[in-house]
Ligand binder design. Sequence first.
Ligand code: FDM
Length: 224
Amino acid sequence: MSRRGAFIVVEGLDRSGKTTQTNLLCEHLSKIGDRPVKLIKFPDRTTPIGQMIDNYLRSKSELDDHAIHLLFSANRWEMRSSLLQLLNEGITVICDRYAFSGVAFTFAKSLVASAPESTRKLTYEWCRTPDAGLPAPDLILFLDISAEVAKLRGGYGDERYEKAELQQRVREVYKRIQDDMQTSGVHWISINASHEMEVVKQEICSYVKDLSNGVNEPIKSLWL
Ligand code: FDM
């Protein structure tokens, strides 16, 4: 196993089936690949920083929008060395949400008319900066659904960001990130997640075949 493991990020809107599809993808890659597959997730709510994030998301605490953004990023930085170790050991890593969620959700908050003035002044560049230099994924799979389909699937849950207006903004920001990633040469695939589970799974599987037995190229740095 001299090739390093592939780093695959799954991003998506709430109700897009991200958790189900991430688990299916792990199973699939374990079957077709020649190496172990590990699933990780952000936020990682198990660390002290992750617990602060969890309290915030469940509205058990209040934080300035800048502060929570930096905590989400710190939660990725604290995992950086173990993530690199996994990849260098040849393990395929599937990651449920990454820095793209960070930018999408925080910048989306700044677009909501009722946001505090300091939040409305947040720039897209500011949102990206704290994650610049983290390991860059080899592939980003973005599960896209409209607010209408999300509603048909039972609407949103109880956590802080699970509100239709914010989710609509998040979707717009993801589109902007997608355009930026295409010019930066990172492989971003947008998948219509409104289809049935099996159809979405097949589409996802069609994109990961080349990564299942590892990658020869060095790990790149995000946004540098
Ligand atoms: N979220 C997630 C952010 O706002 N920033 C981030 O950097 C990350 C990783 O946290 F609403 C938001 C997205 C979502 C919430 O995510 C919790 P999960 O996947 O539902 O646990």
